[in-house]
Design a protein around this ligand. Structure first.
Ligand code: FDA
Length: 459
């Protein structure tokens, strides 16, 4: 893409200003891009190749918690960090299931899914949306009742941006124990990482649903001998005490060799800091910052594994990680199973339920600017993605909408038909794509809200 600059950035403080922005951009024929946290992987909330305005929701970030009802209204300009911080300031036993990075925005994240460390026990963020306020193409402010169940279904995983501007979500909070256990254990190739990662695939989606064993794979310099090797970093959350966790690990995954000293018991809100990579004793206030934690340039892609990857397949991945070893290149294996399987594929547009062992997230990031530099890293990740084809889901090769990837298909600038959009649509949403198209046709037949991967209406 060769992006243009926005003609105007609107930062509303009130719903009426969003209505005005929709009215004006319709009259002047310019596109609207909505930005909540600005973490879109392809920048679709703030870049475009056609004349456009940004509606930036950052000033609409109030959060009101009802601890009795265990619900909250969250305006979409809030970040996940602000949400977690506010919940924890009201209760030690309430939480919410959503992503790990605190600067991610509620608007994009919850409308596109929202996987996090609580997901095996409590599902994804979109599973817990119980009401919403949406401003539609005609400027009407709709809630669940007035928008109807089809549109309400679509904005819980189908991405808000195809259907309107989501002003706020009402969510049900979840109950968690006062103390949880976290650990971060690393195993290198010299410590049997290949065999342990291989074994992890038979355990991760079946183990006690209170336990989420997330796995990061990277090339790194070992502090033991100063040599490069592959590290398997097991970053995990158990919703309970260490004395209950250890027997589970001993029975189901003794290969990891977890011991009590590896584990820390903390309140849930401190686990949020832990998984976001903040050092121990960092003030919780850091969760209210909107300054992104990511490096300036990155490319991400995703896959779903429905079968374990054999050891020789893993060894091929190590070769790729070695090639890109001067940079931050990694694969994240995020386990599924547990409560994620309790929902049918059609309950909400997010279709990745029973049958998936884990989601794979590929990521490479770099600091140096320039086309040549970025091309090198993007080529690398595309090659890795091709290499992975035999080991991941097929027909369609599924992908996670929140890890947006324009490589898997794009709309035309103006009119994109069902067939063309199906190329990427079925990958993100499987058969739910058809219903998303029907909802779009109903609520935005002239395709006002559109971008490179928005749901097209039937023409
Ligand atoms: P942004 O503002 O860029 O919006 C993303 C998309 O949603 C755009 O198309 C935008 O137009 C639309 N949109 C935003 N607000 C809207 C609104 N109010 N109404 C209608 N449409 C709206 N995911 C995950 O599941 N688990 C995780 O742990 C993480 N971690 C993570 C870390 C980092 C560093 C990044 C960059 C991303 C993640 N993600 C993630 C992915 C994240 O969930 C995804 O990028 C979200 O779309 C980001 O939402 P934002 O509101 O921040 O993005």
């Amino acid at each position: 893409m060769s992006p243009m600059k926005p003609l105007v950035i609107v930062t509303p403080f009130h719903e009426s200003q969003i209505q005005a922005a929709i009215y004006c951009s319709k009259r002047s024929g310019i596109q609207i891009r909505v930005r909540s946290g600005g973490h879109d992987y392809e920048g679709l909330s703030y870049v475009s190749e056609v004349p456009f305005a940004i509606v930036d929701m950052r000033n609409l970030r109030s959060i009101s918690i009802d601890t009795k009802d265990k619900t909250a209204w969250v305006e979409t300009g809030a970040t996940l960090g602000q949400l977690y911080y506010t919940i924890a300031s009201k209760s030690k036993t309430l939480a919410f299931t959503a992503g790990v990075c605190p600067t991610v925005g509620v608007g994009g994240h919850m409308s596109g899914g929202g996987y996090g460390m609580l997901s095996r026990r409590h599902g994804i963020a979109a599973d817990h949306i119980i009401d919403a306020k949406v401003i539609d193409v005609n400027g009407r402010i709709l809630d669940r009742k007035s928008m109807g169940e089809d549109l309400f279904w679509a904005i819980r995983g189908g991405g808000g941006t195809s259907f309107g501007i989501v002003f706020a979500f009402k969510i049900e909070l979840i109950v968690i124990p006062q103390t949880v256990t976290v650990f971060n254990v690393t195993r290198t190739l010299e410590q049997n990482a290949t065999q342990i990662v291989h074994r992890w695939q038979y355990v991760a989606d079946k183990i006690d649903e209170n336990l989420l064993l997330r796995l990061f794979l990277r090339s790194f310099t070992s502090s033991r001998n100063g040599k490069r090797t592959i590290g398997a970093f097991f970053t995990s959350l158990y919703l309970g005490r260490v004395d209950d966790l250890l027997p589970i690990m001993q029975e189901k995954f003794p290969e990891l060799g977890l011991v009590k000293e590896d584990c820390t018991e903390i309140p849930w809100i401190e686990s949020v800091l832990f998984f976001a990579g903040f050092p121990r004793n960092t003030s919780l206030d850091v969760l209210t910052s909107r300054v992104p934690l990511v490096r300036p340039y990155f490319k991400g892609k995703s896959d779903y594994a429905t079968e374990p990857i054999p050891e020789h397949g893993l060894k091929g991945i190590w070769k790729f990680l070695d090639e890109e070893n001067e940079n931050r290149a990694e694969l994240q294996f995020s386990p599924y199973g547990g409560r994620l399987n309790d929902y049918s594929e059609f309950e909400i547009p997010f279709p990745h339920r029973a049958g998936n062992i884990f989601m794979i997230h590929y990521l490479v990031s770099w600091d140096k600017p320039g086309k040549k530099e970025s091309q090198r890293h993007v080529d690398w990740i595309r090659k890795l993605y091709s290499y992975m084809a035999p080991y991941v889901s097929k027909s369609p090769r599924t992908a996670y909408f929140n890890y947006r990837d324009l490589d898997i298909g794009m709309n035309n600038e103006r009119n994109t038909g069902f067939k063309q959009a199906s190329v990427w649509g079925f990958k993100y949403f499987k058969n739910n794509f058809r219903r998303l198209v029907r909802v779009k046709t109903e609520v935005d037949p002239y395709n006002f809200f559109r971008n490179e991967q928005s749901i097209p209406p039937l023409s």
